[in-house]
Structure formats: structure tokens, C-alpha cells
Design a protein around this ligand. Structure first.
Ligand code: FES
Length: 98
């Protein structure tokens, strides 16, 4: 299974392909805000994908529109609730802490 590495903690976990990054991050015991519970409405689960961005699921319209409204968005930004794990290893940086 592909490995998801989380920064800044450095924790690395195996994640099934097709699983949302938000659920994987929570399952790893890391703190990440997710105020709308995964509906692409709040933007609180914003993360930066440092490596492996291309293996993730493509950005859909709802995610794209929400990202457009978030301060601090970069070309590496994703919403953890919308990005689905692909088949290769990735590294993400968590930005919000509960
Ligand atoms: S949890 Fe609200 S946008 Fe991801």
C-alpha cells in the first residue's frame, strides 16, 4: 500500500488507495480541523501536498471553488476531505491544529 507521510510530525502510515486524506490523517491520530465534516464547504482541512501530488484524485469543482476562497492557498494546496489517496507515496503538511 502507498505511504502517507505527515509533516510536521513525520508520522508515516500506509493508506488504501481511494481513501480520503482526511480520514487517513484522523485514523493516524493527527489533529486536523474538519468543521464541515468533509463537504468541501469550510476549507478548514486545507493542507499542502509536498510530494506525490499527481497521484491524488483530481480536484473537482466544489474543491476548486473552496480553495479559491482560502487565504494562503498555493499550487500545492488541497482539501484533505476531497483528495483521495492514489497508488504512490505522498507527503503532506498539516496547516491547522485543533
Ligand atoms: S472538512 Fe470542510 S472542506 Fe474539508
Amino acid at each position: 500500500m502507498p505511504v502517507l507521510t505527515l509533516q510536521p510530525s513525520g508520522k508515516a502510515i500506509e493508506v488504501e488507495s481511494g481513501k480520503s486524506l482526511l480520514s487517513a490523517i484522523l485514523a493516524a491520530g493527527e489533529s486536523i480541523l474538519h468543521k464541515c465534516e468533509g463537504k468541501a464547504e469550510c476549507g478548514s482541512c486545507h493542507i499542502y501536498v509536498k510530494e506525490g501530488r499527481k497521484t491524488l484524485s483530481k480536484i473537482q469543482r466544489a474543491e476548486n471553488e473552496k480553495l479559491d476562497s482560502i487565504v494562503g492557498v498555493s499550487s500545492n494546496s488541497r482539501l484533505a476531505c476531497q483528495a483521495l489517496m492514489g497508488t504512490e507515496n505522498i507527503t503532506v503538511e498539516l496547516l491547522s491544529f485543533v
